[in-house]
Ligand binder design. Structure first.
Ligand code: ZN
Length: 454
């Protein structure tokens, strides 16, 4: 369908434009993936509770960086490098890393919080869900997902904790693992691996973790004793987390490794779920749509109800220029994931990409849910704005532009668009009140900015 292809391209170009606008030299990108985010949230929840914090307040954010590192910034956000997940031997090891980072949060080692921290570190979580779409359309780096902008976005490289801080953080992390009833074997193993890697020649993955969190033999010895004495030491691993983790690892490999390397690691002879998963992405990225379709079909055949398998099937079809065929799997994936906002956004994108006006109503519904549930997704606002534009609702299209601009820190566009929206939306309705909020907030931010520059 030669007419439909440009629709996908248009979106990719739009993404590139805002990346170019918002991405300074040192930016790191943030990866948004529904399955990975849900797994990390589930794995972290018992640890967060054991740390005396609330799971809803703490986020684990995935950074697209193949070195091994994890760090805390902006109050209660744990940043996890994708390389850490790819290199870890188990979900349990990753939980050890999360427990340790929570110790830095409760220890107050990163005292900055909220907006102040974002300004100081330059880290903001802005997301383009687009991901693979942009990659398939040739937008290269934009496909990596999202951006965290700022001078010091590579925060983990600059943070270095003292030995004393590391010791107290170990004590805290140990306590949280034990409190959550989770074995500390992974925690210990991860640190031992880090230590070994430091001295090994020819490692392919950089270990930045050692720079930010110095690991010493004394440290390992100190935590070994406590962990081994705990009743949870011999507790078996949670098989649900471990199985899901293997899937996520394969997915990240397929998505992030050079396709040739991914195909070597997961050759055709590997007929496991992980093999199909990694190859589906690797083939898709390297431009073999039929092979990618076949791998996705194998996944859906193995688990017809799995929302993430339906998601990748739909995504490959959508990005291969077949939005109509993508609708059924993406609709099922949206329902199966109880309207996960990232999946719903892809579904909304597909509905719009059919260029069939009859699909706009459903697109509006799913995208409205997506933006209500995820406040870090400017791409969903962009799509919703397109729906309003095409249905002739200029005021709500302006509101969508205002939302997206406010999210990305473009106060000027936010203020102007919110003004347009207020003029066209009936007064005192929820959308009008929202437009007023954005208008006021962005105006204040602009005035503050002027004052600071003086
Ligand atoms: Zn540390």
């Amino acid at each position: 369908m030669p007419l439909r292809r440009p629709a996908v391209r248009f979106v990719a170009v739009a993404t590139l434009t805002c990346l170019a606008w918002a991405q300074p030299a040192k930016a790191q990108s943030i990866l948004r993936d529904a399955e990975t985010e849900m797994l990390l949230a589930d794995m972290a929840a018992p640890l967060i509770t054991a740390a005396g914090l609330r799971p809803n307040d703490v986020r684990v954010v995935l950074i697209n960086d193949d070195s091994i590192n994890a760090f805390v910034a902006g109050g209660q956000i744990v940043y996890m490098h994708s390389g850490t997940l790819q290199a870890a031997k188990s979900a349990n090891e990753v939980q050890g890393v999360i427990a340790h980072e929570l110790g830095h949060i409760t220890g107050g080692h990163v005292s900055l919080s909220g907006r102040g921290a974002q300004e100081a570190t330059g880290i903001t979580i802005l997301s383009m869900v687009l991901g693979l779409a942009a990659m398939a359309a040739g937008a290269g780096e934009a496909g990596a997902g999202v951006l965290a902008a700022g001078q010091q976005a590579a925060m983990g490289k600059y943070l270095a904790f003292s030995r004393q801080q590391e010791a107290s953080t170990d004590a805290a992390g140990t306590k949280y693992l034990i409190g959550a009833g989770i074995t500390g074997k992974g925690y210990l193993n991860f640190f031992k691996t880090m230590q070994q890697m430091e001295y090994r020649y020819g490692i392919t993955r950089k270990v930045e973790y050692m720079l930010s969190h110095p690991v010493s033999s004394e440290r390992v010895a100190a935590i070994s004793e406590t962990l081994q004495a705990a009743p949870s030491w011999n507790k078996p691993l949670n098989q649900d987390w471990e199985t899901r983790f293997k899937r996520v690892q394969a997915k990240l490999d397929g998505y992030l490794l050079p396709p040739q390397q991914a195909l070597q690691k997961y050759p055709e002879s590997d007929q496991t779920i992980e093999g199909h998963y990694a190859r589906a992405y690797a083939y898709h990225r390297s431009g073999y749509p039929q092979k990618a379709d076949a791998e996705a079909a194998a996944l859906v055949k193995a688990k017809p109800e799995d929302p993430f398998f339906l998601e990748i099937m739909g995504q490959i079809l959508l990005e291969g220029g077949k939005p109509q065929a993508a609708l059924a799997p993406l609709r099922a994936a949206t329902q199966g994931s109880r309207s996960n906002p990232l999946i719903a956004t892809t579904f909304g994108h597909a509905l719009i990409a059919t260029e069939d006006k009859a699909n706009l109503k459903e697109a509006e519904q799913v995208l409205r849910i997506a933006v209500a549930r995820d406040d870090q997704n400017p791409f969903a606002w962009q799509q919703l704005g397109t729906v309003y534009d095409r249905t002739g609702d200029g005021a709500r299209a302006a509101l969508a532009t205002a939302e997206r601009a406010a999210m990305m820190g473009d106060d000027r566009t936010a203020a102007i668009s919110a003004g347009y929206a207020m003029a066209g939306i009936p007064q005192n309705t929820p959308d009008w009140i929202r437009a007023q909020d954005i208008s006021m907030t962005s105006r204040h931010a602009l005035e503050d900015g002027k004052r600071k520059r003086r």
